[in-house]
Design a protein around this ligand. Structure first.
Ligand code: NDP
Length: 435
């Protein structure tokens, strides 16, 4: 706390893990006294750098870029890049810390990292985005590599940005390697990568619901966000017979009592990914839907909820209204969207709750599959990657069950994910000694 007192998001993430992992350490002599959790909580390396670029009006702009290389005990650093004005060291350290456990859970050999910039992509022209990405990579390239650190996308970094970043890396290094994931299909990308986080979260929810004899079919579902994760969570819910009634962005949410169909979702994909518009425009196209400015969708009655926008978007009062309205399952698509108090409400009510490090691990798992395909210079089909993703999500669910089952049979997925993720990294760190 003394070293990181000014980093609230990071402290929140470490506290949540410590609460479940420390009791486990006390019960297992091999981990006791080795300061493993303290070591995991200190980044192996943290790089911060200037990104200067020229905007369309000829003005010089300056942003700060970061890469947090958190832990490489089980593989090269792996984790996304986030471009958003709220990015700072605390946010990236929290994300990198979570990533260590998440990557360990995927069963693939990937360490944890995260990076990004306080650059705001909103309202920027395509040329400005390109110049920024090139400037960002002109420093980052010396710290990453396909066997060292493999970044991917996150908030504000999608296929377009990964393209510009990869182009500059390739030029500077004069090599074509799998140094970034989330690449386009024609230049090294994997099938299913764009879909993987959202689809994976829904596969995870399916596994949880199965434990209580239920499924996605015919459930009313509330989803927040309208970016990459939210879009594909909605798509998979629709395919499995669910009725999704909300989506949102940072300005507000839409409520469609008739349910968002694939056709309506295609409209949202075009609106968000191509036109880069606001979710409020949905009600101009679908006039029976409603828009709630400045609000979040957690008051809407549902059986299933998927927070898929950003950290701390679901607080205690939101959790209470979800539970009060009969919600039986909350699956995090985003990273840490539910704060600690909200999670406590779900646990007290004994409803199903999946922490992001387990339920949104499908994205990084498929990135891991992209790395393997790049290394093999080979391509798996859509079905092959989707089947691997399903298997990985099932395995993660089983690990959570193994370490998270309470005496009364309730599965505490937070505890399960934290301990399962910890054990693999801790064992590797013990084997490698104090370094
Ligand atoms: P996108 O940038 O594609 O979408 C983010 C969505 O969240 C947008 O709808 C955005 O609205 C909204 N949002 C962003 N910031 C805020 C805020 N402060 N308040 C309310 N809404 C906000 O990002 P992704 O879908 O990729 O990521 C969403 C979450 O999922 C993040 O927590 C990310 O870390 C996590 N995640 C993503 C993975 C991936 O593969 N992409 C993998 C694992 C986790 P607006 O359009 O107004 O900005």
């Amino acid at each position: 706390k003394t070293r990181n007192g000014h980093e609230p998001e990071f402290l929140q993430a470490v506290q949540e893990v410590a609460e479940t992992v420390i009791p486990y350490i006390y019960e297992h002599d091999i981990y006791f006294g080795k300061k493993i959790l303290s070591r995991i909580a200190e980044p192996e390396r943290l790089i911060s750098f200037r990104v200067s670029w020229v905007d369309d009006s000829g003005e010089i702009q300056i942003n700060r870029g970061y890469r947090v290389q958190m832990n490489s005990a089980i593989g090269p650093y792996k984790g996304g890049l986030r471009f958003h004005p709220t990015v700072n060291q605390s946010v990236l350290k929290f994300l990198a810390f979570e990533q260590v456990f998440k990557n360990s859970l995927t069963t693939l050999p990937m360490g944890g990292g995260k990076g990004g910039s306080d650059f705001d992509p909103k309202g920027k022209s395509d040329d400005e985005i390109m110049r920024f990405c090139h400037a960002f990579m002109s420093e980052l390239f010396r710290h990453i590599g396909h066997d060292t650190d493999v970044p991917a996308g996150d908030i504000g970094v999608g296929a377009r940005e990964v393209g510009y970043l990869f182009g500059m890396y390739k030029k500077l290094k004069n090599e074509f390697t799998g140094v970034l994931t989330g690449k386009g299909l024609s230049w090294g990308g994997s099938q299913i990568r764009p879909e993987a986080t959202g689809y994976g979260a829904v596969y995870f929810a399916e596994s949880m619901l199965k434990t209580i004899g239920k499924s996605i079919d015919e459930k009313t579902i509330v989803i927040s966000g309208s970016g990459n994760v939210a879009q594909y969570a909605v798509e998979k819910c629709i395919q499995l017979g669910g009725k999704v009634v909300t989506m949102s962005d940072s300005s507000g949410y839409i409520y469609d009592k008739d349910g968002i169909t694939q056709e309506k979702l295609n409209f949202i994909k075009e609106l968000k990914n191509v036109k880069r518009g606001r979710i409020s425009e949905y009600i101009k196209e679908y006039t029976t839907a409603e828009y709630f400015d400045g609000e979040k969708p957690w008051q809407v009655t549902c059986q299933l909820a998927f927070p898929c926008a950003t950290q701390n978007e679901l607080l205690i009062q939101d959790a209470e209204s979800l539970v009060g309205n009969g919600c039986i399952c909350v699956t995090e698509g985003a990273n840490m969207p539910c704060d600690i108090n909200a999670v406590e409400v779900f646990h007290k009510a004994k409803i199903l709750f999946a922490p992001g490090k387990a339920s949104n691990a499908g994205g990084v798992a498929t990135s891991g599959l992209e790395m393997t395909q790049n290394a093999l210079r080979y391509k798996w089909t859509r079905e092959e990657v989707d089947n691997k993703l399903k298997e990985i999500m099932k395995d993660i669910h089983e690990s959570c069950q193994q370490y998270g089952a309470e005496k009364d049979g309730y599965i505490n997925y937070v505890k399960g994910a934290n301990i399962a993720g910890f054990v693999k990294v801790a064992d590797a760190m013990l084997a490698q000694g104090v370094i």
